[in-house]
Design a protein around this ligand. Sequence first.
Ligand SMILES: C[S@@+](CC[C@H](N)C(=O)[O-])C[C@H]1O[C@@H](n2cnc3c(N)ncnc32)[C@H](O)[C@@H]1O
Length: 275
Amino acid sequence: MNRSLDELRQEAIKKLEKISGDPLREYMELFSLATGLSKTHALTNFFEVNSKRIEDLRLLETYISQRCTGVPLPYITGIEGFWKKEFRVTADTLIPRPETELLVELILSENKSKCLKVLDLGTGTGAIGISIAEERPNWKITATDISLFALRTAKINSRGLKNINFVQCFWLNSIGTSFDIIVSNPPYICDNDPHLKYLRYEPRLALEGGRDGLGPAREIIKTAKKNLVDKGRLYLEHGYDQKDDVTQILRQSDFCTIKSYKDFAGHDRVIKAHS
Ligand SMILES: C[S@@+](CC[C@H](N)C(=O)[O-])C[C@H]1O[C@@H](n2cnc3c(N)ncnc32)[C@H](O)[C@@H]1O
């Protein structure tokens, strides 16, 4: 390692500027990941550069290169914040998105009963189901996914929680009981959507919603009533331009009291309907 730490830092930040809106924060996170030192150490030279540390800094350069080829930061660090905690993220899970917190916020604010049963379909990292389970220890949450690898990660994220269980299944196919609330953020991108090429590190299973992007929503809505109590609630996240289509599918399946909500960017993002 012939360069000084200052040079290494400056070069890395310059590279990250090309891909990131927050290169300094990303540098600090990757530095901490590579060295095991705190993020603030990234901006100082207050540590001994021994042979182990030189290896760490080489690892840091590998992480910077990965990030510069477009790998999202959470797929390198293996964690992403959602609601009130950090979730483990792997190549088999979608990185939880801030707009999905709207589902958690609505379910918590609109449902005041002490004991409710909630089904989270397509749980991925477990972000939705685990956040609700942590906020409402008396509620019982069942979280499903078709991907065993995603479920394994969700289980790790749920460690310590006693009110959530995990089931592998195709949407509602083998769900036998009824729930007060069903929630899902299903895949909703059209197979030929040009945005897919910018999401090349995310699992296809978590993104692609078929020809019109609505295949999973259609399947969930068509079968949800059999697993909802009378006046049960279905909460679905959808694409910014899918509100009218999802509303129509809900009406065709005899759902009522349909209400739409916008995310913080002002896009229609969530629909709630009663069985
Ligand atoms: C858009 S991701 C949502 C992940 C997580 N709920 C979130 O909001 O971050 C959709 C999830 O649905 C799962 N999935 C896809 N097809 C499925 C199916 N047929 N049955 C159950 N889950 C499915 C994927 O594995 C993925 O975890």
